[in-house]
Every structure is written in C-alpha cells, then in structure tokens.
Design a binder for this molecule. Structure first.
Ligand code: SF4
Ligand code: SF4
Length: 293
C-alpha cells in the first residue's frame, strides 16, 4: 500500500469507523479451530517497531544484523522522515509471513505489535507533520474478508475458540501489548520529534544513525563500546554494564543518544577532556572564520 492509499484508508477510518475506547468491548475468536486459520498471515504489510525487532531477534536467537537482513525490508518512501522497517514476506504465491506454519505463528511469544493488536486498529486524527495528544487517538475494529473471527458460527469449542466478549483494556493486557505501547511512546519521542515535524530533514548519515540506534542494536552496541564514544561521553554509574548485556537498556539509551545527536537536546554530557578538546577546536576555527569573513 503506497502513501496515497494509506491516506485514503486513514480518511475512511476517521470518517466512517466507530471510535472505541478502552472500556468498550467486542466479540472475537481466533485459533486453530477457525476456518480461516493463518490466512491473515500472508500478503500483509507489517511495519516493525524497534521493540518488535528486539523481541524477534532475541526470540530467534540471532543478531539484529542477521534478523534485519533476512526478514526485513526498508521501503523507500519520500514522505517518511525516518527509516521504516517492514517484515519481508516470502516470495511464494501467497506471499506468506516467514514465520507462519501449519501450527500457526512460530514466533507467537514474540510476535509483532501489529499481530497482537489484530483485529484492533489504533487511529490518530493527526495530519502529516503533526502530533496530537494520545487522548485523541482511538481504537477501531477491523472486519476484513475472509476473517471469520467475528462470526459466532465459525467458532465451536476448545482452547482459544470460544466466542467471547472482551473489553479493549482486557485485550491489550492479554495480548501483552502494554509493554509494546510503553516502548512505542518512547520511540515516538524520536520518530515524531518536534524538529522533524517542523521540517528538519535527516541526511543519509543521520538516517543510518537512526536506523542503527533503533533497529540494529548489536551494531549500535559495537559503536558504543568499540569507538571512542565512552571516552567522549559521560554516562551514569552502572549504565555501562547494563548496555553491554541488556538490549532493552541499550534501546532506550539509543533513543536518548538520537535526541542528543540529531536534535541537539542537552541530555548527554561530554567528558571534561572531550569538552576541552572541543573548545580547543572551536578556538582554532574562530580566527579562520574571521579571516574568511
Ligand atoms: S508474525 Fe506470526 S502472527 Fe504475525 S503475520 Fe507472521 S505468523 Fe502471523
Ligand atoms: S480468525 Fe481472523 S485473525 Fe484469526 S486466523 Fe482467521 S483471519 Fe486470522
């Protein structure tokens, strides 16, 4: 789906779909008993969040580099101000998800946010280049052919099969979405940063930095530990050890680094020696600037 299609769909959702809140309920059933089992795991565009990538690469026991190379694409989209990562589908007739099998999802405990949410969608009235308070976002129910999960008649009995009514709050909790949403909020601080919304463009080097700190965590870890980074920047006691072993801490640190490096937020501190070196450099530049002025 290209950008114009997405915009049209968004308009339809905003204008026509009933808006649901966390205490609204819906009836849905899914599991091996439904006639359409796994048909939704093909020919679908699944955008991956940084936390999706972290969970999937960890669950699969492979590096972020390997995961990104084998399982993702970065579509070129002129409208995107930051890199977007999507799941790469198989090149078979159905265009299947690489993780679907006869038994269902092989990465179920680490399935992406979008798969957890389905059949719920989350919409925002924000226009392109705008961010609105979360309270203005709303949930909506997707009813797509041939998903039979909404129909009582498709569901008989057994685990996961009972047609039941759940509140959205319950659904989010049962699907483990709260943790994903909490990290999604942190990611929004970068991906919807006011500077980007005001039109700042990232150059190719900055796009690469964004991609690495958000998605390619193993490479970002190399940058932190194998470059002069730790000689230049002050970090809190105890954090260095966490960054070595804890992907989640590293991801949050990556978001913080991007706020500093891309948007100039004063949230990282240079070490004394690095500060002095930077001041020397500036002193060296000043007379030159004067001469050329
Ligand atoms: S990750 Fe799992 S749930 Fe999501 S599309 Fe693939 S197989 Fe289906
Ligand atoms: S009921 Fe809907 S969500 Fe479940 S397998 Fe069928 S198409 Fe997918």
């Amino acid at each position: 789906m290209n950008f114009s299609d997405q915009q049209r769909l968004k308009e339809t959702i905003l204008q026509e779909y009933p808006r649901l809140g966390r205490d609204d309920s819906f009836a849905f059933a899914c599991g091996p008993g439904v006639s359409c089992f796994t048909v939704c795991c093909a020919d679908v565009t699944i955008a991956l969040t940084p936390y999706d990538v972290l969970r999937l690469k960890r669950g699969l026991g492979i590096s972020s580099e390997e995961f990104l190379t084998r399982y993702t694409l970065i579509p070129f989209d002129q409208e995107s101000r930051v890199p977007v990562v999507i799941l790469r589908l198989l090149e078979n007739e159905k265009k299947s998800c690489p993780f679907v099998g006869a038994q269902g999802c092989s990465v179920y405990p680490d399935r992406p946010w979008a798969c957890r949410m389905y059949p719920l969608g989350l919409a925002s009235p924000a226009k392109s280049g705008e961010r609105v308070p979360n309270e203005q976002e709303f949930f909506f129910l997707m009813k797509e052919e041939p998903c039979a999960g909404h129909e009582p008649s498709t569901v008989s009995s057994g685990r996961n099969r009972a047609q039941r009514s759940v509140t959205i709050r319950q659904w989010l909790s049962e699907q483990g979405i709260d943790q994903y949403n909490a990290l999604g909020e942190l990611f929004k601080e970068i991906s919807l940063h006011p500077r980007l919304l005001k039109g700042q463009n990232l150059d190719p080097g900055q796009m690469e930095m964004f991609y690495q700190a958000c998605y390619n965590l193993d490479k970002f870890r190399q940058f932190v530990f194998e470059s002069s980074f730790l000689k230049r920047f002050q970090i809190e006691p105890g954090l260095e050890a966490k960054l070595r072993d804890d992907d989640l801490e590293l991801m949050k640190f990556g978001f913080r680094w991007l706020c500093f490096a891309l948007f100039g937020e004063p949230i990282m501190e240079l070490k004394k020696e690095a500060r002095e070196w930077a001041q020397t450099q500036l002193r060296g530049i000043a007379p030159q600037e004067k001469r050329s002025g």
